[in-house]
Design a binder for this molecule. Structure first.
Ligand SMILES: *Cc1c(COP(=O)(O)O)cnc(C)c1O
Length: 377
């Protein structure tokens, strides 16, 4: 990268003056969340899952903050994410590729010291072949399917592997892992069933550190912790115990700029499709955030200003939303002011609830034209 490219990278986000909205990411809250999860884990090591650009918050900044807390193990989904993260973290921390390495890219992954997760005998064979070609042992994680039916070796494959230990020639099994389908529902019988299947499948494989749990699974108790936990969502403030108070700290704040204000007369149609009509005079503001910023069209929520809730009126547009500001004193809100969209009054999980989705989708859907500020790094 030459100096011009480097400068472009630094300036690739709009300034606050140029942007329509401000996204603040509180890295000290993230670090506190990591410490809280660790406090539940006892001797179990705690990794950081930073796939999808750190759930939308910036994998580089997130991983560096976790590294400062002593986290030395990271998970990403794709090889490309792993290569980018390796460049950020330099040598040392372990980086696992959840989806495994695409066929033909094994040497590239190994050269960056990434650890592939073999989800099938096919992925394992390709990784072992790459190790033999390189003439050195390569670390590997074996994922077994304990009942989610998404990724990992099926029980039949694990039995084949148990009968043919030669399939592991050239690799060193660093981790045996699986993933829970229903960890956010503590009463769900699938949790105990998956744990039992995991223990059985593990017993067929060479002894290695084990990993089963995501964020929610940490709260299922020590039986589910094994040697390494893999939280993502909870680090970013999403409630790992839905239906109970959120033990995590909120990590992001999103504020949108007011573009203009106006007073509407009674019986006026507002926004696309005129889905809202005024019933009396209404003071309105139009704010600079829309579905192109990842604000779900269905999330008809409110904005907040000085703690006052300002409900949306009409449909969410691509780049703007109209809000009812009648609850504020006249002149209290002006063009250029910021209203809170996500923060202390309305959490990521609240917004997800309004949209009929989950906090994961709200975070990973956050747009790319905000001005971003990282606090407490
Ligand atoms: C995404 C993912 C995680 C992290 O899950 P959270 O629910 O965000 O904590 C852990 N393990 C695997 C295999 C994953 O795909």
């Amino acid at each position: 990268m030459d100096r011009d490219d480097a400068r472009k990278c630094e300036t690739s986000q709009p300034s606050l003056a140029e942007a329509g909205a401000l996204l603040t990411i509180d890295l000290s809250a993230l670090r506190e969340n990591y410490r809280l999860l660790k406090s539940h884990l006892g001797a179990t090591r705690c990794a950081g899952v930073v796939k999808a650009d750190g759930y939308g918050l910036g994998a580089a900044e997130v991983a560096k903050a976790l590294l400062a807390e002593g986290c030395d193990t990271f998970f990403v989904a794709h090889l490309g994410e792993g290569l980018t993260l390796r460049a950020v973290l330099s040598d040392g921390p372990e980086i696992y590729i959840l989806n495994g390495t695409p066929p033909g890219a094994e040497a590239e992954a190994a050269a960056a010291d990434l650890i592939t997760i073999a989800n099938s005998l096919e992925q394992l064979a390709a990784w072992a072949a790459a190790a033999r070609a390189l003439g050195r042992k390569l670390p590997v994680a074996l994922q077994v399917d304990s009942g989610m039916s998404r990724l990992g070796m099926m029980p039949g494959e694990v039995e084949t592997l148990a009968r043919n230990p030669g399939l592991l020639e050239g690799v060193e099994v660093r981790l045996v892992m699986s993933h829970l389908a229903c960890a956010d529902e503590p009463e769900h019988p699938a949790n105990a069933a998956q744990k039992k299947a995991f223990d059985l499948l593990r017993s067929l494989l060479p002894a290695a550190p084990a990993s089963l749990t995501n964020s929610s699974g940490i709260f299922l108790g020590p039986d589910y912790h094994y040697d390494l936990a893999r939280p993502g969502a909870a680090l970013y403030g999403i409630n790992p115990t839905p239906g109970k108070p959120n033990p995590m700290r909120e990590v992001i704040r999103l504020s949108a700029k007011v573009i203009q204000t106006r007073t509407l007369e009674a019986d006026i149609g507002v926004g696309y499709g005129h889905t809202f009509r005024t019933t009396g005079p209404l003071r309105a503001a139009t704010i600079s955030l829309g579905y192109a910023d990842g604000w779900h069209r269905r999330a008809a929520a409110g904005a907040f200003f000085n703690g006052v809730r300002l409900p949306f009126v009409g449909r969410v547009s691509m780049d703007s939303i109209i809000i009812d500001i009648s609850a504020l004193p006249e002149g209290a809100l002006k063009a250029g002011d910021l209203v809170e969209m996500i923060g202390s009054h309305q959490t990521v999980d609240d917004v997800a609830g309004h949209a009929g989705t989950i906090g994961y989708e709200v975070l990973t859907g956050l747009g790319h034209r905000f001005h971003r500020i990282y606090e407490g790094g």
